[in-house]
Design a binder for this molecule. Structure first.
Ligand SMILES: Cc1cc2nc3c(=O)[nH]c(=O)nc-3n(C[C@H](O)[C@H](O)[C@H](O)COP(=O)(O)OP(=O)(O)OC[C@H]3O[C@@H](n4cnc5c(N)ncnc54)[C@H](O)[C@@H]3O)c2cc1C
Length: 373
């Protein structure tokens, strides 16, 4: 201790914590980012496919869809700013997305999806046959029955996003502390005391962005919120001479091609606790899914497989100050969409720090909804 208290301390150096720390530093506040591992972005963030796919991820109209769309709309400028601030190109590409099905029974679900999304002003095609879909992605396999086309859906390179945020944050003044595991956050008079091993740090505000972890910190704050890890496995393939122009998103997974030519096939959803390694079963399922969508991928060279733990909360994302102590702000539960939701999360946390009104419709994610919140 002994040092002057910081304006803000962010716990967790994934995409969410880093996005928040950079945003807060840009307001001129003093900020530190505490990450328990020896590098930032090494957990769920490193595993992500980087899709910014509000259209495919939301299953009904409502606050989550609004949040996801708001964030997708922030991304083009965010990617440019990150490049200017860090020199790192996050490979933002508006590739477009085909939401396809291989099951005749699921065609009705696509129609329902299309109807509510059109009513929400989303740009989406009519229901397309396989022949019509092949005009966008000629390599689609015969298993595909029908689909929808969403032009303009983008993806980014999640490792580059993490790298860009780390550099941009540090240039904006974020003090990064690695191998720094926070075990408790407690009120201490006007300040908050943050325990890192035997050491104590003081801050005026604390943001908890601990992904699939942090239950102990939350319990200490009287918050009954248990982030649950949901494993997602991913397969990377090197197809020779194959160029996949769009994201292909099916009922059991998706394939997309990165600028390097690598094709990602993802992802499983498994509740197996904190096990974060890929399995033969998972890889076999992804391989079958990828071949069913794009048969040519059967000839691609295997590059590697990995897994990450998506932070799931029953209540959906929780973003905002705790009602019982507004100095503590949560940014948790981004589950399948943390890369997509990083810009809007940073915006909401900044709004909470500034004490201003949050954008209409985006208050639905406040911790007020949770027990003890
Ligand atoms: C296979 C897969 C594919 C995905 N694809 C996409 C996609 O296409 N698009 C998309 O938007 N999202 C995707 N996601 C989801 C996305 O990766 C997550 O939502 C996002 O990374 C969550 O970010 P986070 O910062 O909350 O968590 P994390 O990235 O897990 O970061 C949390 C950090 O907090 C640190 N930490 C935890 N506890 C402490 C503590 N006590 N003290 C200090 N540090 C601590 C951890 O070490 C970690 O670095 C995917 C995820 C997976 C697994």
């Amino acid at each position: 201790m002994g040092e002057a208290p910081l304006d803000c301390l962010v716990v967790g150096g994934g995409v969410i914590g880093m996005a928040v720390a950079r945003e807060v530093a840009r307001t001129g506040r003093s900020v530190a980012l505490l990450e328990r591992r020896s590098e930032t972005g090494a957990e769920a963030t490193a595993a992500a496919a980087g899709m910014l796919a509000a259209a495919a991820e939301a299953h009904s109209p409502g606050p989550f869809f609004d949040l996801a769309r708001r964030s997708a709309s922030l991304w083009p400028e965010w990617a440019e700013q990150l490049f200017e601030e860090s020199g790192v190109d996050v490979e933002y590409q508006e590739a477009g997305l085909l939401r396809v099905t291989t099951s005749a029974e699921a065609v009705g679900d696509l129609e329902i999806r299309r109807t509510w999304q059109l009513a929400q002003g989303m740009e989406v095609s009519g229901l397309l046959s396989l022949e019509e879909l092949r005009q966008e992605v000629p390599q689609l396999g015969p298993d595909v029955v029908a689909g929808l086309h969403y032009p303009g859906v983008a993806h980014v390179h999640s490792h580059r996003v993490a790298e860009a945020l780390a550099v941009a944050g540090s240039r904006a003044g974020v003090r990064l502390q690695l191998s720094a595991e926070v075990t408790a956050v407690r009120p201490l008079g006007d300040l908050l005391e943050v325990s890192v091993g035997a050491e104590r740090q003081l801050a005026r505000r604390v943001v908890v962005a601990t992904g699939s972890w942090g239950e102990e910190i939350l319990r200490g704050l009287g918050v009954d919120l248990r982030p649950e890890p949901v494993r997602g496995q991913m397969l990377a393939l090197c197809p020779r001479g194959l160029s996949l122009p769009e994201i292909v998103f099916g009922d059991r997974g998706y394939v997309l091609q990165k600028r390097s030519g690598l094709v990602l096939a993802g992802a499983t959803e498994e509740r197996v606790g904190y096990l974060a390694e890929p399995t033969l079963e998972g890889v076999a399922r992804l391989a079958a899914m990828a071949r069913s969508l794009i048969p040519e991928l059967g000839l691609a060279e295997f590059s590697r497989a990995w897994a990450g733990l998506r932070p799931f909360l029953e209540s959906g994302p929780v973003i905002g100050p705790l009602p019982q102590d507004e100095r503590v702000i949560l940014a948790l539960g981004h589950f399948r969409n943390g890369i997509l939701l990083a810009p809007v999360t940073a915006e909401l946390v900044r709004g909470a720090l500034d004490g201003g009104l949050q954008p209409a419709g985006l208050t639905a994610f406040s911790p007020r909804r949770i027990p003890g919140g």
